[in-house]
Structures are given as structure tokens and as C-alpha cells.
Write a protein that binds this ligand. Structure first.
Ligand SMILES: [Mg+2]
Length: 203
């Protein structure tokens, strides 16, 4: 079961859009740690509209501030040189994603935003991508920086790769969902080689 593709989360993984989810919750008056999209979806009328506007305002600012995390371009070019397919699954909007992804040196296809279907941690988008790529979920890596990415990866049956960024490993109950952890983006090439080697066909 060789690895044939990587499905990436975008915000906080490849792109530093500086989205402050705690500040979003404060601005929307949501409970601490509430999943934003799911909580807003339960609201209706003007309350929901107000939250959606706040969210979009934060995301728009994110697009304007966005930078690429150091070490990411080299990692992506390495993945491309290995012949791996690459896609994006984001809880952000597709239009914002397409704008930010222009900063990266490789092409992602497909790019799935939240308007396309059930969002992570639902595995829908991951399974859809594997189907498009004509591969099995266990032949794909789901790579991301947060709980939803690893949960979606596990639900789909993918190998999970956690970009820990600046988080303290083991500090949250979901860190154990990572099959592999990348602590330093500049070590990404070696880790990718290691994962591919571990999953190489035994035939
Ligand atoms: Mg993220």
C-alpha cells in the first residue's frame, strides 16, 4: 500500500493566515472552544447572519495578512518531485483558499472548501478526493495542524500527519490521532521520505 497522495489542510498548516479562532468566538459571543461553523449553523435569522459576517470579516483579513510558513515551499516541491498528488481540504471558503494558494509553488487539485459539502472532521471531502484520484484512502496522507484534520483523516482511513507548529506535543487529548508528527517544517522532506518508505509496497 504505497502512498500516492497528500491531502493538506491550508490555514495553520501551509499558510499562516493568523486566523484567531478565540477572537472569532469572542466577537460572535460563542462559548469557549465551540466549533465555530457547527455552532453558527445551529443559529437562525439575524443571529446567524451576524456571525457569518464576523467570520467572513476575519477570513478576509486573513487573506490580506497571509504568509507562507517557512519550510513549506521546499516540502511541497519535494512531494511534487516524488510524484505525489496534492489536494486541499479547508473549512475556509473556496474563493479565499484559491487566492492564498497562489503563494505556493505547486498545484493542488482538487481544492475543497466548506461550501462544497460536509466539513472536517467529516471525512466526506477526503473520500471524495481519493475517489477523484482513483486511489484507496489508505494510500493517502491527511496532513494538518488541528484536531479536525486528524479526526477526518482517521474517519476516512488515511495516514495522518500532524504539523504541530508551535503547539506543545501531548498537551491535548487529540494529539494521539497523529500517525506522524512534523515538529519542524524544515525536516518535512526527511519525514515524508520516511513515511513513504514505511508504506512502500512489499511486493
Ligand atoms: Mg488548520
Amino acid at each position: 500500500m504505497a502512498i500516492k497522495g497528500i491531502i493538506f489542510d491550508m490555514d495553520g498548516t501551509l499558510i499562516d493566515s493568523q486566523l484567531d479562532f478565540d477572537q472569532m468566538r469572542t466577537d460572535m459571543n460563542l462559548p469557549p472552544n465551540a466549533p465555530i461553523l457547527e455552532t453558527v449553523e445551529e443559529y437562525s435569522g439575524s443571529r446567524r447572519q451576524e456571525c457569518e459576517q464576523i467570520l467572513k470579516r476575519h477570513e478576509q483579513r486573513g487573506v490580506e495578512q497571509a504568509t507562507v510558513f517557512p519550510g513549506i515551499p521546499a516540502l511541497l516541491l519535494h512531494a511534487e518531485s516524488l510524484g505525489l498528488k496534492m489536494a486541499i481540504v479547508t473549512r475556509n471558503l473556496h474563493e479565499f483558499a484559491m487566492e492564498m494558494l497562489q503563494m505556493l509553488p505547486v498545484t493542488f487539485a482538487p481544492v475543497i472548501g466548506r461550501e462544497h459539502g460536509p466539513v472536517k472532521p467529516d471525512p466526506w471531502a477526503l473520500l471524495y478526493i481519493c475517489q477523484q484520484w482513483n486511489i484507496e484512502p489508505h494510500e493517502a496522507i491527511m496532513a494538518g495542524d488541528y484536531r479536525f484534520d486528524l479526526e477526518a483523516g482517521k474517519h476516512a482511513g488515511c495516514t495522518t500527519l500532524w504539523f504541530s507548529q508551535k503547539r506543545v506535543i501531548g498537551a491535548s487529548d487529540w494529539h494521539g490521532l497523529a500517525d506522524y508528527t512534523l515538529e519542524n517544517n524544515f525536516l518535512g522532506k526527511q519525514l515524508l521520505d520516511e513515511i513513504l518508505e514505511n508504506h512502500r509496497d512489499q511486493t
